[in-house]
Structures are given as C-alpha cells and as structure tokens.
Design a protein around this ligand. Sequence first.
Ligand SMILES: CC(C)(COP(=O)(O)OP(=O)(O)OC[C@H]1O[C@@H](n2cnc3c(N)ncnc32)[C@H](O)[C@@H]1OP(=O)(O)O)[C@@H](O)C(=O)NCCC(=O)NCCS
Length: 169
Amino acid sequence: MASAGAPNPGLEIRVAVPVDAPAIWRIYNQGIEDRLATFATQMCPPAEVEGWFRNPRLRVLIAENFRQPVGWASLSPYRDGGAFSSIAEMSIYIDRAWRRHAVGQLLAGALIAEARARGLHKLVGYLLEHNISSRKLVEKLGFREVGVHLRHGALGAASPNVVVVEKLL
Ligand SMILES: CC(C)(COP(=O)(O)OP(=O)(O)OC[C@H]1O[C@@H](n2cnc3c(N)ncnc32)[C@H](O)[C@@H]1OP(=O)(O)O)[C@@H](O)C(=O)NCCC(=O)NCCS
C-alpha cells in the first residue's frame, strides 16, 4: 500500500496479517487503558485479536515506521443483515508514543480508500464525547456528526455520552 503523503519517510501502511496480532493487541490495550476510545475496561486477551483475522468481514490495516508497528485501523461490520452490508464501522488506534504525528490521518485515508475499493458506501464511528482527538480527526476527514447518545453505557463508574459520526463514500 502506498505511503504517499506520509509525514515520515519510514512510515508505511499495509494490510495486517495474523503475525501482526501481538502488535495490534499491544496498541489496542493502550487505548483501553486510556479510557478514551472504547467501553472495554479489561485488557483484551491476545486470542481476541487473533480471532479478528478469521472474520472475513473485518479488515485491519497496520502502520509501520521502518517496520515497527505504530498504529492500526479497522473496518468492521456495522450490523448483521444484508440491508447494512455496505456500511462499516471505523476504528483507529495509534501507539501512545506516535500520537499527533499524522499517523491516524494517514491510516484513516488508507482505510477510506480500502472501504471504497470494497464497494462500501458509508463509514460510521462511535466516539466517546470526551475523546477530543478522535472527534477532531474525523471532523478533518469530512465525517458528519449525526447526534449524541446520552449516557450510553458504563465505562467503569462513568456513563459517558457517545457521539455518532458518519461519512458517505
Ligand atoms: C484519535 C487518534 C487515532 C488520532 O490519531 P493521531 O495519529 O494522533 O492523529 P493525527 O496526528 O493524524 O492528527 C490528525 C488530526 O486529528 C486531530 N487531532 C489529533 N490529536 C489531537 C489532539 N490531541 N488534540 C486535538 N486534535 C487532535 C487534529 O485535527 C489533527 O490534525 P492537525 O495535526 O493538522 O491539527 C489517536 O489519538 C489515538 O489512537 N487515540 C487512542 C485511541 C482512540 O481514541 N481511537 C479513536 C476511537 S476508535
């Protein structure tokens, strides 16, 4: 996959393969610890990420800096059922040490291209309201804010709002 526009000459994006699972798992758990990206509060077991590669409807891209994984992004099914088969949910997780280095933007661009190539017509995202970095990122990518689910689930003792965003492809 091309690295055109990469902010760093060593940065490349490619489709992830099962051998990438430990790196994806490590970066995902940073996001869980930060309590900014997901309602998950328990560390994700490695087997969960390994299982993603057995799901043909789930696509994962990985960003590497000189072959060292620094982030990943995924397209996952929005809902079961044919009516929604051309909609995917987008997730992006960047290694803490690499945030704010334009990796998320690069991965998202590649993910949008991948979604178009797969014939999808829309991407959706569910963002915790207090996750300002991801809200700014999707705004920059041209996502539209659909609305806000109030107190939408338990995140430890908190019940944060969730911002729903979408982008037609
Ligand atoms: C959200 C996340 C993916 C952004 O990735 P990133 O590589 O740090 O973002 P980039 O450097 O590509 O920034 C792209 C744009 O996003 C916005 N942005 C990113 N981080 C920001 C921050 N801390 N504060 C404000 N805006 C921010 C800006 O608009 C930025 O553009 P700019 O640099 O021209 O101002 C990253 O912070 C992350 O992995 N967070 C933890 C996991 C998560 O929250 N995932 C999203 C939900 S699935």
